[in-house]
Design a protein around this ligand. Sequence first.
Ligand SMILES: Nc1ncnc2c1ncn2[C@@H]1O[C@H](COP(=O)(O)OP(=O)(O)OP(=O)(O)O)[C@@H](O)[C@H]1O
Length: 351
Amino acid sequence: MKLEVSLTKHLGDFSFDTDFCVDGERIGIFGPSGSGKSTLSNLLTGFLTADRGLIQLDRRKLFDSDAKINLSPDHRRVAVVFQHAHLFPHLNVRKNLLYGHKRTPASQRQLELADVTKALNIDHLLKRNVTQLSGGEKQRVALGRALLACPDLLVLDEPLSALDKQLKEQIIPFLRTTLRHFAIPYLYISHSLSEMRLLTDQVMQFADGRLQQITNADTLERERMAGNRHGYLNHLTLSDPHEVDNLISYRWGANELFLTANERLQDGLFGLSSKDILLCKKHPHAMSARNLLTGTITGIMPHKGAVGVELNCNGEILLAQVVSQAVAELELDIGKTVYAAFKASAFRRLT
Ligand SMILES: Nc1ncnc2c1ncn2[C@@H]1O[C@H](COP(=O)(O)OP(=O)(O)OP(=O)(O)O)[C@@H](O)[C@H]1O
């Protein structure tokens, strides 16, 4: 998807003034409260009309003030999922799901009801009244309804922020696989970098109604490592699990890692905090931590009191975090070899 935006909009004291062109399928919109994220979403969907400018989605002009083009929301083929599901309370789940689908010309309907209900695990809810759904179920129905409209662009405007942590952790893997599966390009608006890291490839960062930079969520999270009490979460794709002495052995590239056995035996993406990694200058011959990797230092990044130390462990990248005194005491430097130790219990399954 190629999205070209050049817009000006004044709303009271706030002015939104942005010019960008992005190419990609999974794009994040990030920025503090009041920076203009929802304004952008509303301008794209057509709920709000810009004072002047242009919105072009692939070859279609959705808005062009010079050419006097301003497609109505119904004709833009941009679907949106909000923080609250906004389902039609008088319709059951099935009718809610099919609402946009029925209004989409048959030639543009690439998805069928069964594909979507299966992917989102909501087929058992079809006859239910939407008032009898949990928060997570409502959001999945809202997403299903948006997907079934087969939009050219899906805008997800903080779709998980009303859900509790446990529900978010259940829904994120669903979202990841479903959105990939249906290959519908999307803009994902959120305050959460951890959601962004799992759901986007590039991120547009906004402040005061202006685009600051186009970057990615991983870079932003590294920059915020020192201020985050959980540190930076390394994402490790682990495979080939099997039980070894009450632990589970996983393959991480060319490395073998051990995780506590309360995990299910399944490949997946796991999180390991930079704060849970202990760096040693010499081989610690006896220790309780079950994981010890040799790493070559590839980066040293001071961030307000904390120092990120990037290691290459047999081709896999790991970011550890130490206090600045440790850099001098351990003589950490680019190219040096260190040992990284971490517990089998330090991992959290992400997908
Ligand atoms: N109709 C309006 N009239 C005047 N000001 C408005 C109007 N709508 C939005 N604003 C202002 O525009 C600014 C941007 O709002 P917007 O909702 O786009 O921010 P946001 O980045 O989505 O914030 P949040 O993360 O809190 O949802 C805010 O300062 C808001 O108060």
